[in-house]
Write a protein that binds this ligand. Structure first.
Ligand code: FES
Length: 139
């Protein structure tokens, strides 16, 4: 059977492999109150994605990720960096796995890779908001 990756997936994936740091592979301090960390595993394949959002005044300033997974999952993470940088938390929350899958032209068998990406956003936002609530209740 033919499971060829789309050109866009291949390009993203290759760029990340060639120059990971330039393409936002890395880690922010998860204890930093301005960082939201989302770590998600896909039961279907065992792949894992960690997405971190750096937030200032309600805007996502910077994004880093580390994805132990297939080419589609790595390409999805890389796509997220561009989709989320400069966006509000509400805009980030509105990103759907369908959008990611469409941009990357993922075949049905690879849809869960984009679900992984979407769930990592949700978890990262929840982590950030939890810290933010704590901070505001702290005065
Ligand atoms: Fe599981 Fe892609 S095959 S995340």
């Amino acid at each position: 059977h033919n499971m060829a990756y789309s050109d866009r997936v291949v390009k993203r994936f290759e760029n990340v492999l060639k120059n990971p740091e330039k393409h936002s592979v890395g880690r922010f301090d998860p204890e930093d109150p301005n960082i939201g960390t989302g770590m998600v595993g896909a039961p279907a394949c065992g792949d894992v994605m960690r997405l971190q959002l750096q937030v200032e005044n309600g805007i996502i300033n910077d994004v880093k990720f580390k994805t132990y997974g297939c080419g589609s999952a790595i390409a999805s993470s890389s796509e997220l960096v561009d989709m989320l940088t400069g966006k509000t938390l509400e805009q980030a929350e509105a990103v759907t796995n369908k959008q990611i899958a469409e941009i990357l032209d993922l075949p049905p068998i690879k849809l869960h890779c984009s679900v992984l990406a979407q769930e990592s956003i949700a978890k990262a936002l929840a982590d950030y908001r939890r810290k933010d609530n704590y901070r505001s209740s702290d005065g």
